[in-house]
Design a protein around this ligand. Structure first.
Ligand code: GUN
Length: 281
């Protein structure tokens, strides 16, 4: 079984990106900038944002985190985004989710200039991705995709099953795999027989937030399994895949932690650099 070492692949990607930033600096005499907006003091968001900032600094990006209290007015946030849209030194804007209830998430996402939307959540980027045009691609599925490609460069004709249909992962993941000529099934909570769907799959991407949902007898021998889940349980953090038993059946599997997480962050940096390069054209 191949243990897909997301931590290692992400470190390699960051090193490539660090070198690219050096080259871009030499060529344009400026460096890509990433601004993260963090609202409130939810612990997981605080941790994620700190990791994003650290990684951005490591590859040499200009990085800034703007923090607002939970009660910040929506207009304050939207005005700040407008200001960052106009700021030529900023290539990427990310507003950490989830947002407080009084702030309209869709309005926030749509205020970010599509060219600076390093999350790939703007409807323009979502549309471009589904039409097969150049776009920003959401960081989590992009990270999953790069890991799958490391194991299996030729995905043409493979059966891929997404567990979960979110805008953050399931739907964009399906688009990336469709582009690779996979036959893609998107399953969700109303799917009639999830186990039967999974048993057909050469590739499973699990992103539902149910601890150890995917069991060994759900998995075809030699399937590639990507575990996006991060679930807090009495036994610590576990993924959506029963790691021990599935590792005996699968061809390749990502661990939790140390799989998708580090890749998501590295892909945010990649997206920021891509945005910078597009803006220089
Ligand atoms: N919260 C959890 N995942 C994400 C993500 O990929 N982007 C943003 N902006 N917020 C998140």
């Amino acid at each position: 079984m191949i243990l897909i070492d997301g931590k290692k692949i992400a470190a390699e990607l960051r090193e490539e990106l660090r070198q690219e930033v050096v080259e871009l600096k030499a060529k344009y005499n400026k460096i890509p900038g990433l601004t993260v907006i963090l609202i409130g003091d939810m612990a997981p968001s605080q941790i994620y944002v700190r990791m994003k900032e650290k990684a951005a600094n490591e590859v040499g990006l200009k990085s800034e985190v703007i923090r607002y209290p939970e009660a910040v007015e929506e207009k304050t946030v939207l005005d700040k985004i407008e200001e960052l849209n106009k700021d030529e030194s900023i290539s990427g804007i990310l507003v950490q989710l989830p947002l407080p209830k009084h702030i309209d998430k869709q309005k926030v996402i749509e205020t970010i200039l599509p060219g600076k939307d390093v999350d790939g959540f703007h409807p323009m980027n979502v549309g471009n991705l589904s039409s097969g045009y150049e776009s920003s691609v959401p960081c989590t599925p992009l990270g999953c995709y790069l890991m799958i490609k490391k194991v299996e460069p030729n995905l043409s004709g493979k059966k891929a099953v997404m567990i979960g249909r979110s805008n953050l992962n399931g739907k964009p993941m399906a688009q990336l795999l469709l582009k690779e000529n996979c036959t893609v099934t998107i399953t969700h909570s109303k799917t009639k027989d999830l186990k039967a769907e999974c048993l057909e799959a050469d590739i499973i991407v699990a992103a539902v937030g149910i601890p150890e949902l995917v069991k060994a007898d759900w998995v075809k021998k030699d399937a590639i399994i990507i575990d996006v889940g991060i679930n807090k349980t009495d036994n610590g953090i576990v993924g959506d895949v029963a790691f021990e038993e599935v590792s005996k059946v699968a061809r390749a599997l990502t661990p939790v932690p140390g799989g998708v997480g580090p890749m998501t962050i590295a892909c945010l940096l990649k997206n920021t650099i891509e945005s910078f390069k597009r803006s220089q054209k």
